[in-house]
Write a protein that binds this ligand. Structure first.
Ligand code: NAD
Length: 496
């Protein structure tokens, strides 16, 4: 059985303290194993990144950017292989994997602007003959810890920008689908990145804890579930590190009585069930304003859900694939059962879904649940499966209140033809990313990505302008070259 190893100092190594099985979620079979590193292997990667820092820090931004231009080309040339690896270990359909990779590449494109984004700020004549400027300097060794659901895109949110800002990097990808991150990481070497500047260590809590506590690591970017995000943030900051930790989500769509129903149904199908609902921006709750619109919505959804196709990643005609593990399949089905027991109506039931030829796969069929209330467990939790729940309310304000009261605040959306209502919603809702007739308002790479409340711990969002600030430290230099006619005597009051 092949072993997925680490990438340290430009070389792949499968040194490990134990091996962990990687599954093909469509077949339910073990396809490979991943090397789980010990603390000492993680420390070796940190040491290598630390040693590579001085030279990389002094490499001009334009030269760092040129490596990213080549990297973008290589990612595009190898897209088929990358998407195949994503599909094999994550289960998402090939067209969805291609979309993920494209969104990742857009972050490489942003990083290609390194000389522009690192320009700094300059003020002439802040005092007589005095100039002042702010410089944005790299931090040193920074680390990224990433989730299973976007094995290529989320790492690409982090390291292209961290690297062009002059940092060196250690990535700890999800141990459930580590092949795609290892593959794309190695392409950096082909693009011309010096050995040691970028490293990958596969592992579990032992590796993560080493990254969180080692003094040589200056910053941690994390994306994953909220309990782990909270742990990462508190531990990293207690150890004096800069940290951005993005957590879980529960994204609501408000369906107003004047909404374009065809657009609502089309976009809810994709946003609720695409990628089996395993997206932090998945729309998992539709809040319908009034019974009339709610009835129309569930009737049309039920009809359209009959023709959804679920299956293996390699068949591009499939709409979505399996969930990530057997345990997760059981967890998702458990939430559907709990909603039923707590009084909701299961209109379309995805439990016991079987895909012909893939009977042992971790599939859950698209599920629609009506009459969900905010006290139900299925409402409170992030299910992270192909389950769309409908909550019925009477007014838009009631809908906004329940969104605001939810512990998560990642994404949300309103469907309406009323500009005033949409503006009111966008302005006041307590959520970080808002769509207006847009189901998945994932910001483009030249904005930044982040939620509010328990969806983000830290002050700066991921990638884009916030990413540049996260991966650099401001230094402000004030300069004068005294000449004989500008000399002043000793001054004891605060200079003004
Ligand atoms: P996860 O929290 O289980 O794992 C994320 C990372 O943390 C992995 O690398 C994992 O190895 C590591 N990890 C897990 N348990 C740990 C522990 N006890 N100590 C230290 N490290 C640990 O998340 P997941 O299941 O891989 O991903 C799904 C979650 O990620 C969902 O909650 C989803 O909403 C969230 N997510 C959020 C965003 C966002 O931008 N907000 C994006 C993608 C995914």
């Amino acid at each position: 059985m092949s072993i997925v190893g680490h990438f340290i100092n430009g070389k792949v190594t499968d040194i490990h303290s134990r091996l962990q099985d990687i599954y093909n979620p469509a077949t339910g079979e073990v396809s490979r194993q991943v090397a789980i590193a010990s603390k000492s292997t993680a420390e070796e990667a940190i040491a290598v990144a630390q040693a590579a820092f001085p030279e990389w820090r002094d490499t001009p931004p334009i030269k760092r950017a040129r490596i990213m231009f080549r990297y973008k080309q290589l990612l595009e040339e190898h897209a088929d292989e990358i998407c195949r690896l994503i599909g094999q270990e994550h289960g998402k359909i090939i067209h969805d994997a291609a979309g993920e990779l494209q969104r990742g590449i857009e972050n490489v494109e942003y990083a290609c602007g390194a000389p522009e984004i690192l320009k700094g700020e300059f003020s002439k004549n802040v005092g007589p003959g005095i100039n002042s400027w702010s410089d944005f300097q790299p931090l040193g060794v920074v680390a990224g810890i990433t989730p299973f659901n976007f094995p290529a895109m989320v790492p690409l949110w982090m390291y292209p920008l961290a690297l062009v800002c002059g940092n060196t990097f250690v990535l700890k990808p999800s141990e459930r689908d580590p092949s795609a991150p290892l593959y794309i990481g190695q392409l950096l070497k082909k693009a011309g990145l010096p050995d040691g500047v970028f490293n990958i260590v596969n592992g579990d809590k032992e590796v993560v804890d080493t990254l969180l506590t080692d003094k040589r690591v200056k910053a941690i970017s994390f994306v994953g579930s909220t309990p782990i995000a909270r742990y990462i943030y508190t531990t990293a900051t207690a150890n004096g590190k800069r940290c951005q930790a993005l957590g879980g989500a529960k994204n609501h769509a408000i369906v107003m009585p004047d909404a374009d129903m065809e657009n609502v149904v089309n976009s809810l199908l994709g946003a609720a069930f695409g990628s089996s609902g395993e997206r932090c921006m998945a729309l998992s709750v539709a809040v319908a304003i009034g019974d009339e619109i709610a009835d129309q919505l569930v009737t049309q959804l039920q009809e359209r859900m009959k023709s959804l196709t679920i299956g293996v990643h390699s068949d591009k005609n499939n709409d979505f694939g399996p969930v990530i593990t057997r345990e997760h399949q059981q967890k998702v089905c458990g939430y559907i059962t709990s909603a039923e027991q707590q009084g909701a109506k299961i209109l379309v039931d995805g439990r016991n879904m079987k895909v012909s030829g893939y009977e042992n796969g971790f599939f859950v069929g698209a599920t629609l649940i009506d009459n969900v209330t905010t006290d139900m467990d299925s409402y409170k939790a992030e299910i992270f499966g192909p389950v769309l729940q409908v909550v019925r309310v009477k007014t838009m304000q009631e809908a906004m209140d329940i969104i605001d009261e939810h512990e998560y605040g990642n994404g949300t959306c309103i469907y309406t033809r009323d500009g005033e209502a949409a503006n009111y919603f966008a302005d006041r809702i307590q959520v970080g990313m808002v769509g207006i007739n847009i189901p998945l308002p994932v910001p483009v790479s030249y904005h930044s990505f982040g939620g509010w409340k328990n969806s983000l711990f830290g002050d700066l969002y991921a990638y884009g302008p916030d990413g540049v600030r996260f991966y650099t430290r401001r230094k402000t230099i004030t300069q004068r070259w005294p000449s004989a006619n500008l000399r002043e005597g000793a001054e004891f009051s605060m200079p003004t």
